[in-house]
Design a protein around this ligand. Structure first.
Ligand code: CDP
Ligand code: MG
Length: 683
């Protein structure tokens, strides 16, 4: 094995060494000399791929692993691939990666790329991270929820504030070239429908291809569906180009269209980084991942849709919702900058200046300030942080979000009235799932029917499994197949449909053919199989514990299945209201409708109470993945939604409560409940 190549400069496409190369020895020195170090440098200068290699060469891995976190799984995987290749190691051996549900490391792993969520799990098991000689928290500027918590949790309070106050900063000087930005006219303050901007992006991309000099194109869209649609449209239109007459730069002879999004297969991701054949222009259509986490060489033109898909906490419905929102101005600048790494570039914004002024915020709000904190608060509590309100977060979330998280944890029985983690909470924190779903899995396991719930949890953890073809005729056929699958499981329970698809596919002789025939994404099901195996492993491990709960039930399986779901989803229960609408029971009392993709959509007449997995907000508020339930099953759980007084909880969070105070509070609560009970009787 020729390792000599490791000390040679790593080359970018134009054969210049990466900017970080010139600072190698000083950088290694700085890491050795300081406990904490902040490293900054232009995107693409080599921080993620080179720094871990430098530290490895300098002998850091002799004292423990070199860990590098990434907020996104695609970045962790592709970067590990690249580094393994540069170091001439086999991926999974000396260089490996670990992301949720996919561990590609071994005992030999010295350089480990992982998502910040994975490191957080390791912190739980080993707060000192004793296996590591150094941990690099990458992309900290993005302030993803998990990174912020890892950081806050691994450093003691005093150290953290000292660190923030006077931490040494290593700046890698870089050079960028000017990027000329222009605004379009297609998207203004009123546009939010994705069809509009996808079409416009495609049109601009073709314009650039035919009228600009050679150089690759990077298009920013928001998610898989859109990206695939845009690629199809681009492909169709590019076919009709006559390269003898239509293109301005006569050296350009073709267009290579490549999608890039989170859940795409890894072998396809690799292609993105390869230079295109001579005469061919590469056009990468990507999510925001190409803005900072991944750098593609050779990009000269940016086409910016102005939108991004973001997880936001929607206080109207009280849930986290993935929505498409305008990007911030700083994000737009970052996107444009991707065209000026090695030479001057151009950025085509498809939105107008009014959109820029009126719709785009100055900066992106950090994730910790806009998503549900339930899982994070539970993790912190399990790490021994009692006061989760005054905890020194890098960016303090709003207090009401923390309170909401505490309330939810209390409702799920993960913490008790004093804010202490319960036995159930200790089990729950082990699962990389939403607490509600975890609760349903644990409930089912206690009744000995985990086989019903694990597949459902797995199916809800992967991308959408139903294929939605663009062609209307094919759409009809797909709909028919999906309806047939739903009726196989009784026709009135979307969760049971997921279970039945999982089972049917797994037991079929040719699972991929089965999927094709039924208009199901085989890739998604394959991931679901693997996720289910991994969840089962976690569960098996937990079931070894002597205190694992055991319960018994004598009713039918169908009812047991739905009752277990209720244990986790009683926060997502709605009751029939006026017309086709339902009213949620979580205190928000939102009006919701059953989504057309649900098997219950056309049979909603006979329904009284329903339970749902998630919410989609368009012109109406829709609930998706629904099943009917009986009031009796949630009757005892629903009061939990209103039982806790947020003010009391905030006190509980702030300080350890004394026995005496606790008794006082409990007496008060009991009196209140008694009052309510007699009021009910009086009715
Ligand atoms: O982390 P930072 O933004 O500073 O840069 P990097 O991700 O380490 O990228 C350094 C160089 O490696 C860039 O020129 C990337 O295009 C290249 N790279 C690549 O070719 N293939 C990858 N899978 C990852 C990075
Ligand atoms: Mg990087």
């Amino acid at each position: 094995m020729s390792k000599s190549s490791r000390s040679e400069p790593k080359e970018s496409s134009d054969s210049e060494p990466l900017p970080i190369y010139h600072h190698k020895s000083k950088l290694v020195r700085a890491v050795k000399d300081s406990t904490f170090l902040v490293v900054t440098g232009e995107t693409g200068c080599g921080k993620t791929t080179q720094l871990p290699q430098y530290l490895h060469e300098a002998g850091f891995s002799k004292r423990g692993k070199i860990g590098v976190t990434q907020p996104r799984r695609v970045a962790a995987i592709t970067v590990a691939q690249r580094v393994a290749q540069e170091m001439r190691y086999t991926l999974g051996k000396e260089v490996g990666y670990q992301v949720r549900f996919d561990d590609c490391t071994s005992e030999d792993t010295q350089v480990k790329y992982m998502t910040d969520g994975c490191l957080l799990r390791e912190v739980l098991a080993d707060p000192g991270l004793s296996q590591y000689s150094v941990v690099i928290l990458d992309e900290v500027h993005e302030r993803s929820l998990n990174t912020v918590v890892v950081m806050s949790a691994t450093m003691e309070t005093e150290k953290l504030s000292a660190f923030l106050g006077n931490c040494p900063v290593f700046v890698i000087p870089g050079r960028t070239f000017p990027v000329k930005c222009s605004f379009g006219s297609a998207v203004g303050p009123k546009e939010t429908e994705s069809t509009g901007y996808v079409k416009e992006v495609v049109k601009v991309a073709l314009d650039v291809h035919t009228s600009e000099m050679s150089g690759d194109i990077l298009v920013f869209l928001t998610g898989q569906n859109e990206i695939e649609r845009a690629c199809d449209m681009l492909y169709e239109k590019a076919e009709t180009i006559d390269y003898r007459f239509d293109v301005h730069d006569q050296t350009v002879e073709g267009l290579l269209i490549l999608p890039l999004y989170g859940s795409m297969p890894t072998d396809q991701q690799r292609q993105i980084f390869q230079p295109p054949p001579r005469g061919i222009r590469k056009c990468v259509v990507a999510t925001n991942i190409a803005a900072t986490s991944l750098t593609i060489n050779g990009i000269k033109y940016i086409i910016d849709s102005g939108f991004v898909k973001q997880l936001n906490h929607n206080s109207r419905v009280g849930l986290d919702i993935l929505e498409v929102v305008p990007i911030s101005k700083s994000e737009a600048q970052q996107r444009a900058g991707r065209a000026g790494r090695t030479s001057a570039g151009k950025c085509f914004r498809i939105y107008n200046t009014e959109f820029w002024e009126k719709c785009m915020p100055e900066y992106t709000v950090p994730e910790i300030q806009r998503t549900s904190l339930t899982a994070v608060v539970l993790t912190l509590k399990c790490l021994g942080v009692h006061d989760v309100i005054r905890f020194p977060y890098l960016d303090s979330p709003e207090e009401r979000f923390i309170l909401e998280a505490l309330k939810q944890l209390y409702q799920f029985d993960a913490i008790d009235r004093r804010g202490k983690v319960t036995k159930l909470g200790e089990l729950m924190v082990e699962f990389p799932l939403h607490p509600g779903l975890t609760r349903a899995v644990l409930k089912a396991a206690s009744y000995g029917c985990a086989d019903l719930m694990l597949p459902v949890a797995a199916m809800l953890s992967v991308e959408n499994i139903f294929i939605r073809p663009g062609h209307p005729e094919k759409q009809k056929e797909a709909d028919q197949r999906h309806r047939a699958l739903a009726s196989k499981s009784g026709g009135m329970n979307d969760f049971a449909t997921l279970l039945s698809i999982f089972q049917l596919c797994r037991s079929s002789e040719k699972p991929s053919a089965w999927c094709k025939e039924n208009w199901i994404h085989w890739r998604a099901l394959k991931s679901a199989f693997s996720v289910e195996t991994q969840l089962r492993e976690i569960l098996n491990r937990l079931q070894q514990r002597s205190d694992f709960p055991v319960e018994s039930f004598n009713g039918n399986k169908n009812e047991l299945f739905r009752r277990c779901l209720c244990a986790g989803y009683f926060t997502n229960v709605a009751r029939r209201s006026i017309g086709k609408s339902f009213c949620t029971m979580d205190g928000h009392g939102s009006m919701v409708h059953i989504h057309p993709s649900s098997a219950l959509f056309e049979n909603e007449k006979d329904l009284d109470w329903v339970m749902f997995h998630d919410v989609l907000v368009t012109s109406k508020v829709y609930v998706r993945t629904v099943c009917p339930i009986r009031y009796g099953w949630v009757k005892d759980l629903l009061p939990k939604l209103h039982e806790v007084d947020v003010y009391e909880l905030s006190n509980v969070a702030r300080e350890e409560v004394t026995e005496e105070e606790m008794t006082k509070w409990e007496n008060k609560e009991a009196a209140k409940r008694q009052q309510e009970a007699s009021a009910e009787e009086a009715l």
